[in-house]
Ligand binder design. Structure first.
Ligand code: SF4
Length: 336
């Protein structure tokens, strides 16, 4: 295999734990084989953050699991990031912690004091069976006392946009009843404290549990097309060559609760242990990234994503099938 492109993480992502009360139907976290109680300690994360900064990475994010369950971790890492002049991205949340308003408000106050202004990426769709729309509403209404809501986003991961909009209407109604006048617009949740951007997309099919095909949108692979090639009218965009781990990609080095470093923050990075590139408890981050930059599989993903990986490792049969996302093809190629 050629070694043509270099692994180029854009920042660092921390999974303080995979614990999550959401139980979302389409979740990509393989709860059948991970230890959801394992926790990354904030001191190790802060050290990795300093190492990331020294490597020229300037942003970080929280992933999970539900990050707001680990409030102390978030506050400590945000404070260290501020000290280092690193930019935090909006953490995702399913808003389940709104069931504990005193805890949540104390967390918001501490995050604000630590200099956090990034807002949150709020999840809201019908797959979130255990998190009622009222919790989403309460999270946002409480957050409005501490943060600028225009920095927030609400993401609905469901192939059926109308189903998501029905849920959003319930959220808006509950927010209005809680005293924050709100309505659902075409692209924004309009509130009396500023508009929140809305996003709609279809989920990636998890590889760790069976779900009906009817809940997903499937895409063909076009191995010859460039990443920017436009899809045909009415059909979902094909999966094309896109160097997700390379200089033009979007990848973050992802730190698991046990300290394992994964090469990317993609939807399927947990679907294959072949994306584990080291452990921050065992060696410096710079050594981990340096080794990964010479790894032939990681380099193929940096060059042309999973399309290149499948095409150039003799797995061309995989390119004949349909997938919900490039990361699903990636998992198929890595686990073949
Ligand atoms: S395609 Fe693979 S390497 Fe690229 S973002 Fe997805 S899981 Fe990561």
């Amino acid at each position: 295999m050629d070694n043509r492109a270099e692994y180029t993480p854009k920042g660092i992502a921390f999974a303080p734990s995979y614990e999550c009360p959401g139980g979302c139907l389409h979740c990509n976290i393989p709860f059948d084989r991970i230890d959801a109680k394992a926790e990354l300690d904030a001191g190790s994360a802060a050290r990795a953050l300093r190492e990331a900064k020294a490597m020229g990475l300037h942003s970080f994010q929280f992933v999970g699991g539900e990050p707001t369950l680990r409030g102390d971790f978030m506050v400590e890492v945000v404070a260290e990031g501020r000290r280092l002049s690193m930019k935090p991205h909006r953490p995702p949340t399913n808003c389940a912690t709104a069931a504990r308003p005193e805890y949540l408000r104390a967390l918001f106050a501490r995050l604000k004091q630590a200099g956090f202004t990034a807002g949150f990426r709020v999840s809201c769709d019908e797959f979130h069976g255990r998190v009622p729309p009222e919790s989403v509403a309460a999270f946002i209404v409480n957050a409005a006392d501490y943060f600028d809501l225009t920095r927030f986003a609400i993401g609905c991961c469901d192939k059926n946009e109308e189903r998501s909009r029905g849920r959003l209407e319930r959220v808006a109604r509950a927010m209005s009843e809680m005293g924050l006048e709100s309505r659902v617009g075409a692209a924004k949740m309009e509130t009396a404290r500023g508009d929140i951007k809305l996003g709609f997309w279809a989920p990636t099919r998890p590889t760790w549990k069976p779900l009906p095909d009817s809940e997903f949108v499937f895409r063909e692979v076009n191995a010859g097309a460039g990443a920017s090639e436009a899809p045909g009218r009415g059909s979902p965009a094909p999966i094309t060559r896109f160097g997700c781990l390379g200089p033009l990609g979007v990848g973050y080095v992802w730190i698991d609760p046990d300290g394992n470093a994964r090469a990317c923050c993609g939807n399927a990075n947990l679907f294959s242990d072949k994306l584990i590139i080291g452990n921050i408890h065992a060696e410096p981050l710079a050594a981990i990234v340096e080794r990964a930059s010479h790894d032939p599989v990681i380099s193929l993903l940096a060059e042309g994503g999973p399309v290149a990986l499948a095409a150039e490792t003799g797995l061309t049969g995989l390119l004949e099938k349909k997938y919900t996302h490039r990361c699903e093809l990636c998992a198929a190629a890595l686990n073949a």
